[in-house]
Design a protein around this ligand. Structure first.
Ligand SMILES: Cc1ncc(COP(=O)(O)O)c(C=O)c1O
Length: 449
């Protein structure tokens, strides 16, 4: 039988992740600056699994059930919106200054599921449009494409999104007879750019979104990876009007194999009547109010049913062990990531000063390099095959043209030695392409000091 697939299956957007994985597998000896993975040296997987008893003890005390009953419960289907919501509420309050009720949290199978719940639950594809900062994470644009939801790109600059540009995009969507339902952005240590939105711009964006009645989906997997000073308040922490739905993830702070994330959706909405009979008896005046999270549980119940209780128990135990905060854990991890960022910056300065330029991210996993020529999929292949280094064309993450001369470099999943070697190899390719003679060897250039 011939199966005809949706048109989007043949579009490059859906191919990017597979393509990158495949290049990495084909050139195993190449240094890869492609993956946005956290470094495994910090995972402590076995020790984390051993901590489940800690969570069981906590839950037994909280519910009055025996430890054996709690263990059984972890093996059973469980509450749709999660079982560690109280611990997540405590953690975001301690670490991010976000005040959210446990009932306003949906624990998801990775923050990727949170995006799927929001798009599937809140968008009418015939009318609603998702605005996205451009370039952006393919997880959202690819998903929107599969679900048939239109995306409109809003250009993101070195300081992230600008409220006026977002408002202009909303006006265009309105003029086309559609509705801008939400804006997706990663204000902190953006993937792919490594940029961060300043505080004043955050406030301006919130004001504008409230005025325009547009939700903001704030995706924040990298916010706790800050290498200079203190973090800025998230949009959600600043949000007093219920504009922001927050997407959190434990993939980078703990480890991605947990597949654990969460939504904070504390907006008040009218509870939808469950049956025609209840609908008929509910007078308009006493329509029950509930949280958006509670309504979204209907979508979650039809995607993953519930997030693995066992894996929630692992994260719950880690949170309990750290008094409800991830900061103690992060303090141990940050020096590694900061050193990698600094090493990459130093190597770029030593190898490519005057030839290319790059930003200096205050945190996160990525930085952007501007090259003197276009870097496309062929360049990626040549670089991997002939120079032994893999980097991502920024155009892979972009909806609009204009990013052809940029690449994204990830410094999270490499050692300092690999960074040194990889940047030297990249410089070989860039200098060759740009027609610049190789620099004579200098020990300072190699160490970048
Ligand atoms: C911006 C962004 N959002 C979401 C995710 C996925 O998060 P999770 O592993 O929690 O699904 C990633 C992963 O790289 C990411 O970079």
């Amino acid at each position: 039988m011939e199966i005809d697939l949706k048109r989007c299956f043949s579009e490059p957007l859906l191919e990017v992740m597979n393509f990158l994985n495949e290049v990495v597998l084909r050139y195993p000896r190449a240094v890869s600056f492609a993956p946005g993975r956290p470094a495994e040296v910090h995972f402590e997987v076995a020790a984390s699994l051993d901590k489940v008893a800690r969570f069981v003890e906590y839950r037994a005390a909280a519910t009055g059930a025996s430890p054996a009953a709690v263990y059984s419960d972890l093996g059973q289907y469980n509450r749709t919106n999660g079982i560690i919501n109280d611990l997540i509420a405590r953690q975001v309050a301690a670490d991010e200054g976000i005040r959210a009720d446990a009932a306003a949290i949906v624990v998801t199978s990775g923050c990727q599921e949170g995006m799927a719940i929001l798009l599937a639950g809140l968008f009418d594809p015939a009318r609603d449009v998702l605005l996205v900062s451009d370039p952006t994470y393919i997880g959202i644009t690819g998903l929107a494409r599969i679900l048939g939801i239109r995306t409109v790109a809003v250009p993101s600059g070195p300081r992230g999104l600008d409220a006026a540009a977002v408002e202009a995009a909303i006006e265009e969507v309105d003029a086309a007879g559609r509705r801008a339902r939400a804006l997706y952005d990663i204000p902190d240590f953006n993937n792919p750019m490594g940029t961060r939105m300043p505080l004043a711009a955050r406030r301006a964006l919130l004001d504008m979104a409230r005025r325009r009645g547009v939700l903001i989906f704030e995706d924040n997997p990298y916010g706790m990876f800050f290498y200079e000073g203190e973090p800025l308040p998230t949009l959600k922490a600043l949000d007093e009007q219920g504009v922001v739905v927050y997407l959190g993830s434990f993939s980078k702070t703990l480890f991605p194999g947990l597949r654990l994330g969460y939504l904070i959706a504390d907006q008040e909405v009218a509870a939808t009547p469950v049956t025609a009979a209840t609908a008929a008896t509910v007078a308009t005046a006493d329509v029950r109010r509930t949280s958006l999270a509670s309504e979204l549980s209907k979508v979650k119940s039809l995607t993953t049913v519930n997030t693995s209780p066992l894996l929630q128990a692992v994260a719950g135990a880690i949170l309990l062990e750290n008094d409800g905060s991830l900061r103690p854990l992060m303090r141990r991890k940050l020096p590694f990531y900061r050193a990698n960022r600094d090493r990459m910056l130093a190597c770029l300065a030593a190898q490519l000063a005057g030839v290319a330029s790059w930003n200096r991210p205050d945190g996160g996993f990525f930085l952007t390099v501007d090259l003197p020529f276009e870097f496309d999929a062929d360049c990626l292949e040549t670089c991997a095959r002939d120079f032994g280094v893999i980097c991502c064309p920024m155009s892979f993450f972009a909806l609009a043209p204009g990013r052809e001369r940029q690449i994204r470099l990830s410094f999270s999943y490499v050692t300092e030695e690999q960074i040194e070697e990889g940047i030297a190899r990249l410089a070989g390719f860039v200098r060759g392409r740009a027609g610049i003679r190789r620099r004579p060897f200098s020990p300072t250039a190699r160490t970048g000091s």
